[in-house]
Ligand binder design. Structure first.
Ligand code: AMP
Ligand code: GLY
Length: 428
């Protein structure tokens, strides 16, 4: 640490551990604070308590710390307008305003925005009542995707195999039974087939700087089986998309989104996460997130060779440029080790062993998510516990290293997918 910047990271998962780790490498970084942080982050930053549901709690924290830069991990603080509030008070903050964050916080806003700006996305209908659902359903083929309009922590999407199942899902959401207010409006959507891709850019409201693309693995089980989770693993390689595709995604998706938001009076600054389905008809937007992905951030930042603080400052100051990020050609893979039962009910407080042995492996970094640390030991404290991440010259090696590291780590009930990046390996 040679710099003097005080940096505050809001969040406490694997994504925030990776952000803290990378931000710390900046020559400009001084003290790094993370709120609330976790057991692993506490080794690299000063962790402090905060309540994300409460804007006043975040303001009080920043008022005490007077950070030179604030970076926000999860969506909830963005939805509450933390960027607007911090910026108004003169604290430099990386991320979109509450109005710009609607791209993530309201799926109906995002779909109508995509249509207004002719950006490719699945055919859809927005419904405020069961009558509207009944009117729209005849126009869809099955399966039908039913989505809650608001934030639902990954639980707001049902892929309904029949129209009856779609009716039931929509009714559960609209009645408030399933997700409370987040489901008071639903989006019905055409089911798309293809490979999913997480394509992220950083924007200053005008220009974009693309990150390397990554792929998440959302289902809990091998072969994409079982329920959706927050993400069970991710990988990124130099060849995940070619340069031509990268340019297409910048020209036809990322730039039009940023230009559209500017034209609508809600300039988009910060990270724009485009969740895409690479269909036979071409890439289509499934969703936007107004933040970094978890677990995509873990392997992505392992490949980043340029200064993350600098790129974030460029976004805040309105001087983002296409080449703000420099990447290693290496591959990186993150395997999430989760608590027994996750994504359903799980127990916490299990002792984690083997971390030191895992970290001895070449190119391995273990980003911690749901962990706590006391008396020299780490314990589980959440559903997703660790993001075991490896960087290596090729994907096979990175996968092998990551799994070698997982094999050295244990805690009661631990489970993880054995096929992260397997489909990509088969293709090469
Ligand atoms: P979302 O929260 O909109 O990203 O949806 C969560 C997950 O549901 C996505 O990552 C996809 O795996 C799946 N999904 C969402 N929309 C569609 C769609 N139109 N067709 C197929 N799968 C979808
Ligand atoms: N990995 C998906 C997300 O962060 O939403």
């Amino acid at each position: 640490m040679s710099g003097s910047m005080k940096i505050l990271v809001l969040g406490g998962g694997g994504r925030e551990h990776a952000l803290v780790w990378k931000l710390r490498q900046s020559p400009r970084a001084g003290t790094i604070y993370c709120a609330p942080g976790n057991g692993g982050i506490a080794e690299e930053a000063e962790c402090l308590p905060v309540d994300f549901k409460n804007l006043d709690s975040m303001v009080a924290l920043a008022n005490r710390l007077q950070p030179d830069l604030t970076v926000i991990g999860p969506e909830l603080p963005l939805m509450l307008g933390v960027v607007d509030e911090f910026t108004r008070r003169g604290w430099r903050t990386f991320g979109p305003t509450k109005a710009a964050a609607q791209l993530e916080t309201s799926k109906s806003f995002a779909k109508e925005f995509l249509q207004r700006h002719r950006i490719p996305t699945a055919h859809y209908a927005i419904c405020n009542s069961m009558d509207e659902v009944g009117d729209a359903l005849p126009h869809f083929h099955t399966p039908i995707v039913v989505k809650a309009d608001g934030l639902a922590a990954g639980k707001g999407v049902v892929i309904a195999p029949t129209k009856d199942a779609a009716t039931t899902a929509a009714s559960d959401m609209l009645s408030g039974r399933m997700l409370g207010d987040a489901g008071s409006r639903v989006v019905l959507e055409e089911f798309l087939e293809g490979d999913e891709l997480s394509f992220l850019v950083v924007s200053d409201g005008e220009r974009v700087a693309p990150l390397v693309a990554a792929q998440d693995h959302k289902r809990v089980g091998d072969g994409d089986t079982g329920p959706n989770t927050g993400g069970m693993g991710a990988y990124t390689t130099k060849t995940i998309i070619d340069e031509q595709m990268r340019d297409w995604l910048v020209t036809h998706i990322a730039r039009p989104v940023v230009a559209g938001m500017k034209a609508e009076g809600a300039k988009y600054k910060g990270v724009l996460y485009c969740g895409l389905m690479m269909t036979a008809r071409g890439p289509m937007v499934l969703e936007f997130n107004c933040r970094f992905g978890d677990p995509e951030t873990q392997p992505t930042l392992m490949r980043l060779e340029s200064d993350l603080v600098e790129a974030m400052e460029a976004s805040i100051d309105g001087r983002t440029s296409d080449g703000d990020f420099k990447w290693s050609d290496d591959a990186a893979v993150c395997v999430v080790m989760a608590s027994g039962g996750y994504p359903g009910a799980y127990q916490s407080g299990k002792k984690i062993t083997g971390l030191e042995d895992a970290l001895k492996l070449d190119g391995v970094k273990v980003f911690q998510a749901g962990t706590s640390h006391h008396d020299g030991d780490f314990y589980t404290a959440g559903g997703r516990v660790l993001g075991v991440t490896a960087r290596a010259p090729d994907l096979q090696l990175a996968v092998d290293r990551a799994y070698e590291a997982c094999a050295k780590i244990s805690f009661d009930g631990a489970h993880y997918r054995k096929d992260i990046a397997a489909r990509a390996l088969k293709k090469t």
